[in-house]
Design a protein around this ligand. Structure first.
Ligand code: IPM
Ligand code: MG
Length: 366
């Protein structure tokens, strides 16, 4: 088994936040003698600039020989208003997901009590919300046949799902539901889409294997509304690629900020871990980005790829300690946060490292 972890910092704030994710991993590695070997590679806009390719073969090869990949973000504003560009940073991300067979994207949505005030939702609605999203990641409309006519008058994207693609992620979602509150919402648009009707059929079929799990089928438009009306009704949510993309950005408000959410993409041997936020070009290089989602992604990486649950919990608790001490980056501050407690990327990263050290020194058995 390899202990290699490849860091793909990517674009925008990616390098600023992965620096802290890496520091946490290095620290845990040294402390517990894990012999992690770190490597790095290019992806996204920076890779296009350097090689013309958003996912150079060299990067992919490094990732394929790793146990886990920690990714920052990809994207660059120069593409936003130029749809004619055919080579785009995001293709790097989509291709690596496909190449590594990362068909399950797991996005845990949980509110840290201290951040209840930072959300735009009412505290009484949020308190206790704890949702685990399973977003299908290598199929659906993201990967279907697409095209644009030469006269630019017509364009199309197609959504396609095979039974086996739905089955393999559904199984993972049921397994997770069994370990949690035995409740699974499968979100689709079966009143309109054939792919959703197939999705529903597969989930129904597989639910027979898990009679203890309560299964609720919900249309995606309703789910978007229910998520902010009463997020506590959800436990495990299973959904297709694009629905999951949209719903998890919405659900980030349940955790206070997009800057707090980690994610894990798994499937075959290699796991990829990344914050769900984007490259945030508007705040790049200013030392104000929130590195906590990446630090929490490092925790997920240890938990899922290396089975180091205690160490992962320790990182999550260290993040909590820093929040309890009152430190905030700009995105998670609210009107009650004193100005002196609103600190930068490097400062909050340093606070987490210190809190982690304190926790590990206190821990009797870990
Ligand atoms: C995400 C992102 C990506 C996606 C983009 C950058 C291609 O929004 O990981 O949620 O849509 O999957
Ligand atoms: Mg997204």
């Amino acid at each position: 088994m390899t202990n290699k972890i490849t860091i793909l910092a990517g674009d925008g704030i990616g390098p600023e936040v992965t620096e802290w994710g890496l520091k946490v991993l290095q620290y845990i590695g040294e402390r517990f003698g894990c012999d992690f070997v770190f490597d790095q590679g290019l992806i996204g806009h920076c890779a296009i600039e350097a090689t013309g390719d958003p996912l150079p073969t060299e990067t992919l090869v490094k990732c394929q020989s790793s146990k886990a990949v920690l990714l920052g973000a990809v994207g660059h504003p120069s593409y936003d208003y130029d749809p004619s560009k055919t080579i785009r940073p995001e293709q790097g991300l989509l291709r690596i997901r496909k190449a590594l067979g990362l068909y399950t994207n797991i996005r845990p949505i949980k509110i840290f009590d201290e951040l209840i005030g930072a959300s735009s939702l009412k505290p009484e609605i949020l308190k206790g919300a704890d949702i685990l999203f399973f977003r299908e990641l290598t199929g659906g409309i993201y990967f279907g046949e697409r095209g644009i006519s030469p006269d630019q008058l017509r364009a199309y994207d197609t959504m396609e799902y095979n039974r086996f693609e739905i089955e393999r992620i559904t199984e993972r979602a049921f397994e997770a539901a069994m370990k949690r509150n035995k409740k699974l919402h499968s979100v689709d648009k079966a009143n309109v889409l054939d792919t959703s009707r197939l999705w529903r059929d597969v989930v129904q079929e597989m639910s027979k294997k898990y009679p203890e799990v309560e299964v609720i089928h919900m249309y995606v438009d309703n789910a978007a509304m229910q998520l902010i009306r009463d997020p506590r009704q959800f436990d495990v949510v299973l959904t297709a690629n694009m629905f999951g993309d949209i719903l998890t950005d919405e659900a980030s408000q349940i955790s206070g900020s997009l800057g707090m959410l980690p994610s894990a993409s798994v499937g075959k041997e290699v796991g990829l871990f990344e914050p769900i936020h984007g490259s945030a070009p508007d705040i790049t290089g200013q030392n104000i980005a929130n590195p906590l989602a990446t630090i929490l992604s490092s925790a997920l990486l240890l938990d899922i790829a290396f089975d180091m649950k205690d160490e992962a919990d320790c990182i999550i608790k260290a993040v909590d300690d820093v929040l309890k001490d009152g430190f905030r980056t700009r995105d998670i501050a609210d009107s009650t946060t004193p100005k002196s407690m609103i600190i930068g990327t490097d400062e909050i990263g340093t606070e987490v490292m210190q809190a982690l050290e304190v926790r590990l020194n206190q821990a009797v058995v870990i």
